[in-house]
Design a protein around this ligand. Structure first.
Ligand code: CA
Length: 437
């Protein structure tokens, strides 16, 4: 899985890529972007800039399987590229690495075409990378599940199915937006325990949830499950995902059928699709389950997946409030956690989802579930940080927060570091809250 595209010595002739925190030449995440002059099309992040795959194809920079992959990325969505699977993605990555390499064979020729290949960053608008047919949100962060459960059931935080079933629900694809989209505070039914009947109005407990998004590549036929040993080949990439949640609406509506309007008003994702190939150096063994926990049932258990199916991705959440902004203060970091704390691997999520015969399709999106660390500094939602609103956080501006207020901005970032490899990131997932209508 590790090849020349991961070499930490490799540098790009696109100067902003070298030592770039997120997008050095070793990353090469995919996106869909549009310019003022052109239609939406596939691109690749290189430093602060976007490499235009359609232009490169027109200029004859690709052939063979890499050309097939670039062609599949030239429409307004990456679904056709996702459907092609790993081999085509790898061919594209290898060729892109050569094209953008400072010591590349074609450097002189390609650099001369720079103005056609790399539109000005200011001219680029990033869009959703795929037409998302279906969106499923899991609950694989065991520390979040435990913390949230404790608020409702102090003696029995995890329900008996949790360690057997990768719990999830079918979410809403239509309200998934790309980073930067404004979140209009939702209204809905709320019934605090202090009131005898519900009322309808703006949510008073608006929250974020820090999750990893998983893009589905080649799908499976209806009725034909994906075996755990094959599950990784059905994953096209990863992004950051903020599952905005209205806790008061959620608390009143969620029994017996699970989340509904408390979640469906908006989900924000980062625009960059970081491929499994870019993440290869940052895979690690799934942490052994604590003594006494059941082993995964056989259909979810695969030695290779257990040995390298977890992802070492550091995850951060920042909050910028109107008060911090007014005083010129930096966004406040609310948490730093890591995706390795997930109780289930992403391969297990794919296999479980399809195990009853449900068909996945290229461009479907999974959320892993909120990722919290075992420690207090790594909690992935305000529900946990403020203990359900009972323990407000204090900010350097003098403001306090139980939950999010109008004008607040939430920013999520992710970084992968490993000795001997270039550090890469997932880009940013950002959203600002506007008042309810
Ligand atoms: Ca969630």
């Amino acid at each position: 899985m590790i090849d020349e595209t991961h070499s930490p010595a490799r540098r790009s002739w696109v100067a902003s890529a070298n030592e770039h925190a997120d997008f050095p030449i070793q990353n090469l995440p995919l996106c869909v972007f549009a310019t003022r002059e052109g239609a939406a099309r596939g691109g690749v992040a290189i430093g602060d800039e976007v490499f235009d795959l359609a232009a490169a194809l027109e200029l004859g920079l690709f052939d063979g399987l890499a050309a097939r992959a670039a062609e599949a990325a030239c429409g307004g969505t990456l679904n056709p590229l996702f459907a092609l699977g790993r081999e085509a993605r790898v061919a594209l990555r290898r060729r892109l690495g050569d094209i953008l390499d400072a010591d590349g064979r074609d450097r002189a020729k390609v650099e001369a075409l720079r103005s056609r290949l790399i539109p000005r960053a200011d001219d680029c608008r990033l869009e959703l990378p795929a037409a998302i047919g279906d969106y499923t949100d899991f609950f694989a962060g065991i520390h979040h599940a435990t913390n949230a459960g404790k608020l409702f059931r102090p003696d029995n935080p995890l329900l008996p199915n949790y360690k057997y079933v990768p719990i999830g629900y079918h979410g809403r694809a239509s309200s998934i937006a790309v980073s930067g989209a404004t979140l209009r505070r939702p209204s809905g039914q709320r019934k605090p325990s202090t009131e005898t009947v519900p009322s309808f109005g703006p949510s008073r407990s608006l929250d974020y949830e820090l999750e990893l998004g998983v893009w589905i590549g080649p799908g499976n036929e209806l009725g034909i499950p994906v075996a755990i040993a094959d599950a990784a080949s059905h994953i096209a990439g990863f992004c950051l995902l903020n599952d905005w949640s209205a806790r008061d609406i959620q608390a009143w509506e969620y029994q017996p059928l699970g989340p509904f309007l408390g979640k469906s008003f908006l989900t924000t994702i980062s625009p960059w699709v970081v491929t499994p190939e870019a993440l290869a150096p940052f895979r690690m063994a799934q942490a052994p389950r604590p003594a006494g926990d059941p082993a995964p049932l056989p259909y979810l258990l695969d030695a290779a997946d257990q040995a390298a199916g977890a992802l070492d991705i550091e995850l951060e959440v920042f909050l910028l409030t109107p008060g911090l902004q007014a005083k010129g203060l930096a966004p406040q970091r609310l948490s730093v956690g890591n995706a390795r704390h997930l109780y289930w691997t992403v391969a297990q999520l794919v296999t479980h989802h399809s195990s009853g015969g449900c068909n996945l399709r290229a461009g479907d999106l999974f959320g892993t579930g909120t990722i919290s660390a075992p420690e207090d500094g790594g909690l992935g939602s305000l529900l946990e940080i403020s203990a359900g609103g009972r323990r407000p956080i204090e900010l350097p501006s003098g403001e306090t927060r139980r939950f999010l207020e109008d004008g607040d901005t939430v920013v999520m970032r992710a970084r992968c570091r490993r000795q001997g490899f270039a550090t890469i990131g997932l880009g940013e997932c950002r959203g600002t809250i506007a008042p309810a209508i």
